[in-house]
Design a protein around this ligand. Structure first.
Ligand SMILES: [Cu+2]
Length: 301
């Protein structure tokens, strides 16, 4: 009986282990396939895209001399690395720094597309595609079950907030009803006519903000999501205080997870900008020098 219940959720897979390598040279944002191949990595995580099943584990091995991270979020890409643009944190997993010869493992317990990058070399990008059934219960962005209503205490410890959403698994194109509860820190005294901002942050970007007002301690909000990806539901400016923030996290599922993985890769590839810039310097420097010599010679005569 117990076995039947577990298979009805589709979690009867053999759990497999996969390896991703961080190659030597990953700490350099440029590359030159013809020369210095040992100093410049063409892929920062090998393979860049890996497809696994729910409950599989991936182990990253650092073969570079620099320390690196495996951090869920959006890389700034090759071009962004040159301009010093940081990556965008999604907050699902973060290895922290690990050095030469060290490894870090993570088990993926829900399906989806998980882009990741290195926090100190944000041009480094990889993506994990996890195939399998969507957990039939409400869960956080990592996939762990979240009992609804989810409860939390505001950052300034002044308020207690409850949040319920329906349907409990959020999908694109479906109207979601959010029910919000506002209590004093005792968790029992309802806050009536209480002002706040309802904020949705998806894939690290604010996608919605609207004012709210509680009636008898509660309020409702509707939203239809167009994009899949990790979601933070934030209650900000509670009681008109910018330090009063409560946050909940979950995920929005789309129809296709594979398409977005390919989009992430093509978006990050970009041009090897440092190589182009260095070519300009090589060509422009002698030209400026010659102009300077001609100008100096002319001045003397
Ligand atoms: Cu790195």
């Amino acid at each position: 009986m117990i076995f039947l219940i577990s298979t009805s959720f589709g979690y009867a897979f053999a759990e497999s282990n996969y390896d991703v390598i961080i190659p030597k040279g990953a700490g350099n944002p440029s590359y030159d396939p013809q020369f210095k191949k040992d100093l410049f990595a063409e892929e920062w995580y090998i393979p860049t895209k890996i497809t696994v099943l729910v409950n599989d584990t991936i182990t990253w091995t650092n073969q570079d001399t620099d320390r690196h991270t495996v951090t869920s979020g959006q890389s700034s890409g090759r071009a962004g690395g040159v301009t010093g643009t940081p990556g965008i944190f999604f907050g699902i997993f973060d290895s922290g720094l690990f050095g030469q010869g060290e490894v870090w493992s993570y088990k993926f317990i829900r399906p989806g597309t998980f882009p990741y990058f290195c926090t100190i070399h944000p041009w480094m990008y990889g993506v994990v595609v996890v195939d399998g059934p969507i957990p039939p219960y409400s869960h956080n962005a990592a996939g762990y079950e979240l009992k609804l209503p989810a409860m939390t205490v505001s950052t300034d410890k002044k308020y207690h907030n409850g949040l319920y959403w329906d349907p409990v698994v959020i999908k694109t194109g479906e109207q979601i009803l959010f029910t919000l509860d506002f209590f004093k820190i005792d968790g029992a005294t309802k806050l009536h006519a209480f002002e706040y901002d309802f904020v949705l942050v998806q894939n690290g970007k604010e996608i919605h903000r609207s004012n709210g007002f509680s009636e008898g301690g509660s309020d409702t909000k509707y939203f239809v999501f167009t994009e899949p990806g990790p979601l933070k539901i934030r209650l900000e400016n509670m009681g008109k205080d910018k330090f009063s923030v409560s946050e909940f996290d979950t995920v929005v599922y789309g129809n296709s997870t594979k398409l977005s993985a390919d989009a992430i890769i093509s978006q990050n590839k970009g041009e090897p900008i440092i190589y182009q810039v260095s070519l300009w310097v090589i060509l422009a420097a002698p030209a400026i020098l010659i102009i300077g010599i001609i100008w100096t010679v002319k001045k003397k005569h």
